[in-house]
Design a protein around this ligand. Structure first.
Ligand SMILES: *Cc1c(COP(=O)(O)O)cnc(C)c1O
Length: 375
C-alpha cells in the first residue's frame, strides 16, 4: 500500500493521534479501509510496560515489553486481520481462506464472524489446542493438515479458485501487513516519538518486522520521526531458523528449513515469503538474527511471568531468552532503550507450559511433605 504522505503530512500532525481511538485505528489516515467498513474488536494500542525487575536481573536498565497478548484473540495477528477483513467488507468479498501456524486462524475466524464472512482455515494437525478450539467456536470451517504451514498454504492455493476463496496468506494480499505496521506507530507514540535503540521481535514470517520497518519510513516521510532506526533483532527458534542461517551466510534470501519444530508455533515457518525484506531491515538497521532453544524460551517465559506479571507466548519469551546473549556480545548495552515484543498471550500455550509444571497428585504431595516442586 502506498499513501500520499506529502498530502497527509500537512493535514495530520502527529499530536492529532492523541485524539484518536484507543485502538490501532487511531492511525486510520495511514490505513486502507474507509471508516464505515472498519471491523474492530478493540485491537492494538496495547500497553508498553516498563520491565524494571526483569531488566535489573538481566542487566538492561531500560527494558520495555510491548504486550500484544492483550489483543482480541490473544495475539498481534488481530491487527492484520482486522485490517484485511475490513477491506474484504469494503470490496464485497464473501469467502476467505487462510493457512496458519495457529494464531492467525483464531484472529481470522473472529473477524470473519464479526463481519459475517465465510472463513476456511487450514492448520497443522499438531497446532496448540487453543487455536483449534477458538477457530471452531468462531464458526470457521477448519481443516487439520498432516504437515506444516507451508503444506496448508499449498492446499489453499490448490483449492481457492474452484471454491471462490480470497487467499489471506500473509504478503499474498496487501492488507494484513498494514494492520501489523501499527505496532511501529504505537511504539513511536508511546515513547514520545523517540524510537528505542533496539527492537527484539520473534520472527516467523517476519511480517510484523517488515510492517514496523514500513511504518518507520512512513513516519519519517511525514516528519514525525528522524532517520535514526532501532537495531532490528530477529529472534527465532533453534528448531526453525531460516532467517538466522541466511543472515549468518550473508544471503539475501532464506532456504527452506527442513524438519521445522518448536513449541513456539508462530515461529514454525520454514520458508518466510518476505525473508528478503526481513533480512534487509535487520542488516540496514545494524541489528542481528539469533536463535534460542525451546527450553530456554519456556524458562524465560516463566521468568518474565514471575518477575513482571506478564504471561507471554513462547514466541515473546524467546526474545527475553535472547537478551542476555545480546548484552554479552556487546551488540546491546545496559543503558540502551530496549523493546521486546511479546506477540501473544501464554494462555494459548497450555501444552508447552505444562512441561514446566507437571501436576503432582495429592498423595505424592504428602510424600514430599506438602512441597509442590516442579520436576
Ligand atoms: C505469527 C506469530 C509470530 C510471528 O509473526 P511474524 O510477524 O509473521 O514473524 C510470532 N509470535 C506469535 C505469537 C505469532 O502468532
Amino acid at each position: 500500500m502506498r499513501y500520499d504522505l506529502d498530502y497527509i503530512r500537512h493535514r495530520w500532525p502527529r499530536r492529532e493521534t492523541r485524539n484518536g481511538r484507543s485502538s490501532m485505528w487511531r492511525y486510520a489516515p495511514v490505513l486502507p479501509p474507509l471508516e464505515e467498513h472498519i471491523i474492530s474488536l478493540g485491537e492494538g494500542w496495547t500497553p508498553l510496560i516498563r520491565a524494571r525487575r526483569l531488566g535489573s536481573r538481566l542487566g538492561a536498565d531500560h527494558l520495555w515489553i510491548k504486550d500484544e497478548g492483550l489483543n482480541p484473540t490473544g495475539s498481534f495477528k488481530a491487527r492484520g486481520l482486522s485490517c484485511a477483513i475490513s477491506m474484504c467488507v469494503e470490496l464485497g468479498v464473501r469467502k476467505v481462506a487462510i493457512p496458519s501456524a495457529g494464531n492467525a486462524a483464531g484472529a481470522l475466524a473472529a473477524y470473519a464472524a464479526a463481519a459475517g464472512i465465510e472463513a476456511h482455515i487450514f492448520l497443522p494437525r499438531d497446532v496448540p489446542e487453543a487455536n483449534y478450539l477458538e477457530s471452531k467456536a468462531y464458526g470457521a470451517e477448519v481443516t487439520l493438515v498432516d504437515g506444516l504451514i507451508s503444506d496448508c498454504a499449498r492446499m489453499v492455493a490448490e483449492r481457492k479458485e474452484a471454491e471462490g476463496w480470497i487467499d489471506l496468506s500473509t504478503l499474498k494480499e496487501p492488507y494484513r501487513i498494514e494492520g501489523k505496521k501499527t505496532m511501529g506507530y504505537e511504539v513511536a507514540e508511546q515513547m514520545d516519538w523517540e524510537l528505542p535503540d533496539a527492537i527484539l521481535y520473534p520472527t516467523g514470517g517476519g511480517v510484523g518486522m517488515i510492517g514496523m520497518w514500513k511504518a518507520f519510513q512512513e513516519m519519517e516521510r511525514m516528519g514525525w520521526i528522524g532517520s535514526r532506526r532501532p537495531k532490528m533483532i530477529a529472534v527465532q527458534a533453534e528448531g526453525c531458523q531460516p532467517i538466522v542461517r541466511a543472515f549468518e551466510e550473508n544471503e539475501p534470501r532464506s532456504r527452506f528449513w527442513d524438519g521445522a519444530h518448536t513449541v513456539a508455533s508462530g515461529l514454525r515457518v520454514p520458508k518466510p515469503l518476505g525473508d528478503f525484506l526481513v533480512l534487509e531491515a535487520v542488516r540496514k538497521s545494524g541489528g542481528t538474527a539469533l536463535a534460542v532453544s525451546d527450553a530456554a524460551m519456556l524458562d524465560a517465559g516463566v521468568l518474565l511471568a514471575s518477575q513482571e506479571g506478564i504471561y507471554a507466548a513462547p514466541e515473546g519469551a524467546a526474545c527475553v531468552a535472547a537478551l542476555p546473549k545480546l548484552l554479552e556480545s556487546g551488540l546491546l548495552k545496559p543503558a540502551d532503550q530496549i523493546v521486546v515484543y511479546n506477540t501473544g498471550t501464554g494462555l494459548k500455550y497450555a501444552e508447552a507450559y505444562a512441561t514446566r509444571f507437571p501436576r503432582v497428585s495429592a498423595s505424592e504431595q504428602d510424600k514430599l511433605g506438602g512441597l509442590i516442586t516442579p520436576r
